[in-house]
Design a protein around this ligand. Sequence first.
Ligand code: FES
Length: 101
Amino acid sequence: MALHKVGSVSGISDGEMQVVDAGGEEVLLLKTEGQVYAVAAICTHALGYLDQGDLEEFTVFCPLHEGSFDVRTGAALTLPCTEPLKTFPVKVEGDDIFVEA
Ligand code: FES
């Protein structure tokens, strides 16, 4: 595990989702309610890219079959998703966002 610089706080708006590379891992970086979170970019049900879905407060909705996850814990909230999303620790230093992966 290592820290990877993946973006900047000023470069992501509240409610925005971005797919970033963190040491070879595809990570969904997002900001909601003023906090930055990092989870796996791809849904655990099939191959839905979550950045193409919707974000409502702390819930991300998959664009393919509308399963959802809590971005704080990765917990699967609605079917057909049952497996949790991988989550990644986020560290903010000044304007820089680092993800541990
Ligand atoms: Fe995400 Fe099916 S791929 S709910």
